[in-house]
Design a protein around this ligand. Structure first.
Ligand code: ZN
Length: 390
């Protein structure tokens, strides 16, 4: 059994109500998940009420329109959780022995934050809350003291709301363009004797990890942060990039005895259609990465299934993407790689699925769990085409 068994919901790309989150969390508890990773801020919307910087929830929580997968919805879209609602979810989770891991993704994926605080960027230009999927140039400027002051304020607020041990600070997909053109960044890099932007990002991440550590908490980062050596050893790395440098770096990190969470995108990402990631494919994933030695295997804290929501905009879809696939992730988190038997698993999940249904949660109809080859190809092509449309 692994100590960390998580689901993640991205509430930035699409917003989900407290009632809906509770419905899913209730099902999670039934499946013995014990962590709810809550993705609360991204380019497409800020979702946390913030007394000290009210523009964050008043303005950065709203985008002017939505353009996901070529579908244009010409009306403002927004929403945020009040402090009372955040606390309500915390209590709800505590009652079910579930820890909440809030995520504030830095230094990239910060368009919403920068839309109201342009002074935290390299050039100070105003960005907008993004309306479509993508990786955007707006990043926090590691050379500006104000960035650390604001983040400290926001984290202090979060520390009072979320009493649990882990905080996710992102660190993925941070573009280098603005840093390369910023005189302040150039000057700081020179002072630090740093000549690569990967290292420069680590300087920034390590400062935030230190901030989290001072509060007695542990930071989690995406495995993008392993592109250069020097990530603070206290950090937990979440493995999502499964190819190239990302994969080998995670292996090296774990084999050195440092902690990892496994959420390989081709197996555990719940936003992929069943035609690409069938229930059987999720179930058959053997926890681990090729190249792990004994120490590497022992460094695995656990598993997580994230649902990114660019293309998931309603409760039923969100639930159907999770269930029944999340049951396979829960099974792996609970039983590890022992006695894998897909047929038996299909029999075993009948009762939990019935109980989930009784809670009002939808699961994917059985005929869709393991689609045939033609349906799989169609779904994969649709998924790829949708991702290309802006
Ligand atoms: Zn800069």
């Amino acid at each position: 059994m692994f100590g960390y068994r998580a689901i993640m919901i991205d509430c930035s790309r699409h917003f989900f109500s407290v009632e809906e989150l509770k419905r899913i969390i209730d099902s999670m508890a039934l499946l013995k998940f014990n962590v709810f990773h809550w993705h609360l801020a991204d380019d497409q919307g800020w979702r946390i009420e913030c007394e000290k910087y009210p523009e964050l929830h008043e303005k950065a929580s709203v985008r002017e329109s939505s353009d996901f997968g070529g579908v244009h919805i010409n009306k403002p879209y927004g929403g945020y959780y009040t402090v009372a609602q955040l606390r309500d979810i915390v209590e709800f989770c505590k009652d079910r022995y579930i820890d909440v891991v809030p995520e504030l993704d830095v230094p990239g994926h910060c368009s919403a934050l920068l839309s109201v605080m342009p002074e935290l960027s390299c050039r100070g230009g105003r960005t907008r809350v993004q309306t479509h999927q993508g990786i955007f140039d707006g990043v926090l400027c590691p050379a500006k003291d104000r960035v650390y002051e604001v983040l400290e304020d926001i984290f202090q607020m979060l520390f009072e709301i979320f009493p649990f041990g882990y905080y996710h600070i992102g660190g993925d997909e941070a573009p280098r363009k603005n840093w390369s053109e910023c005189p302040d960044c150039r000057k700081l890099m020179e002072q630090l004797g740093i000549d690569s932007f990967d290292e420069y990002q680590l300087y920034f991440m390590n400062r935030i990890i230190e901030l989290i550590g001072k509060a007695g908490k542990t930071a989690i980062v995406w495995n993008d942060c392993l592109k250069s050596n020097g990530l603070d050893k206290s950090a937990v790395v979440q493995h999502w990039m499964i190819t190239g440098k990302g994969k080998s770096a995670t292996v090296k990190w774990a084999n050195a005895g440092r902690k990892v969470i496994l959420s390989p995108l081709d197996r555990y990402y719940m936003d992929y259609p069943y035609g690409m990631t069938s229930l059987k494919k999720v179930y058959n994933y053997k926890i681990g990465i090729k190249g792990f030695d004994l120490r590497g295997r022992e460094s695995v804290l656990g598993v997580e299934c994230p649902a990114w929501t660019e293309y998931i905009d309603d409760n039923t879809s969100l639930e159907q993407m999770f269930f029944p696939r999340a049951l396979a992730v829960a099974d792996a988190g609970w039983c590890g790689n022992e006695d894998k038997n897909f047929r038996k698993f299909l029999k075993d999940i009948k009762i939990p699925l019935r109980l989930i249904k009784r809670k009002g949660v939808h699961y994917m109809p059985r005929r869709e769990w393991v689609p045939g080859i033609i349906s799989s190809v169609v779904q994969a092509v649709k998924f790829a085409v949708r991702g290309l449309k802006k």
